[in-house]
Design a protein around this ligand. Structure first.
Ligand code: HEC
Length: 324
């Protein structure tokens, strides 16, 4: 039944069949899985899962399948092959990774650096230290910075630590984005969109519209990439109070009689201050009645950095940067 499902089923059925073969440890279907790995017409995810299953069951055909996968057109399949080879711990795991780091696609390079970070040994230490030095010298592609820093953080070798220190010394005291600059490029817009629409802890779409759907508390984000830089988009996420989108400034109006009201500032006459208060709607105050006006906090939560990983943030920046 599994073999039939793998051969003729629709993609979701095939994915479930590979999963069943893995969980029940049924090796009889491995020949069909080998076929799938080599079948360019099948869904890429099916082929990746099939390859991973051949690896976990230590199938005799694994090496042949890896050979095919490493040369395939589909990037995810090449990436899976690289990871499996490196993790198999056979000698010479580092050299192929170095080749990919110098000539692969961005996705392959990111994966190869992350994989290298998990391999023990002085050769890996040396390459990671060299990558951190490239970063410090401003020569590393921005898309690879997060992987390089994550890989470096995992190493105990003195030369990696020294290179990291050299990089950290570049930090300017007033650079509030320093800890997140490695998320400016290299994300996946598709993953970012998924986080934007579906991640409950962030609930971006509760306050922002992209296309027809979304809330209205925050600015509409369609076309934001045509108006703003990646750096601005990143700052909106990690330090929302640093710059407030025009038309969304919050004010706290303190009256001479002691009462105070908070809301988003609106245009008004020369002798008045107007705010749109979430509780009370549009309110007008005579300047003569006002004791002081304070800047309020952004209505955009400043807690995103607590609920999102750097990878999530990088994917969100990539998604926002695609909204042209
Ligand atoms: C509770 C409501 C709320 C949530 C949730 C929220 N935002 Fe915002 N966001 C705002 C408000 C209000 C502003 C305008 C004030 C400001 O610029 O700080 C804003 C500003 C922005 C801006 C700058 C827009 C511009 O035109 O300058 C971006 C980009 C943005 N948010 C992205 C996001 C993303 C991505 C998420 C999810 C991770 C998110 N927001 C979640 C309310 C929210």
């Amino acid at each position: 039944m599994l073999a039939a499902a793998l051969r003729t089923g629709a993609t979701p059925v095939r994915l479930a069949a590979v999963k069943a073969a893995s969980q029940l440890d049924i090796a009889d279907v491995n020949p069909v899985l080998s076929e799938l790995v080599g079948d360019a017409k099948s869904d890429t995810k099916v082929r990746v899962d099939a390859l991973n299953r051949l690896a976990s069951s230590k199938d005799a055909q694994l090496d042949a399948a890896l050979e095919l996968a490493a040369k395939d057109k589909a990037e995810p399949l090449r990436i899976a092959a690289t990871s499996i080879r490196a993790k198999s711990g056979k000698g010479g795991a580092v050299a192929p990774l170095l080749a990919i780091i110098s000539s692969g696609t961005v996705g392959e390079k990111q994966n190869a650096i992350a994989t290298l970070g998990g391999l023990a040994g002085a050769e890996a230490d040396g390459k990671i230290a060299a990558l951190v030095t490239e970063l410090a010298d401003g020569k590393l592609a921005p898309e690879l910075q997060l992987e390089v820093l994550e890989a470096a953080d995992k190493r105990a070798a003195a030369k990696v630590k020294a290179a990291l220190d050299q990089f950290k010394a570049l930090r300017k005291a007033d650079d509030t984005l320093w800890n997140y600059r490695m998320t400016l490029a290299g994300g996946s817009a598709a993953s970012g969109k998924k986080i934007f629409l579906e991640r409950v802890e962030a609930s971006c779409a509760r306050c922002h519209k992209v296309g027809p759907d979304g809330g209205e508390v925050g600015p509409v984000l369609d076309g934001i990439a045509a108006r703003q830089t990646r750096e601005y988009l990143l700052a909106s996420l990690v330090t929302p109070n640093a710059t407030i989108a025009p038309g969304f400034e919050s004010l706290i109006v303190v009256l001479k009689d002691g009462r105070n009201f908070a809301g988003v500032a609106k245009a008004g006459g020369a002798d008045e201050v107007v705010i749109n208060s979430p509780e009370d709607g549009v309110m007008k105050f005579k300047k003569a009645d006002i004791a002081k006006i304070q800047k309020g906090q952004s209505a955009m939560p400043d807690t995103m950095i607590n609920v999102l990983s750097k990878r999530d943030i990088r994917d969100l920046v990539e998604f926002l940067a695609s909204l042209k």
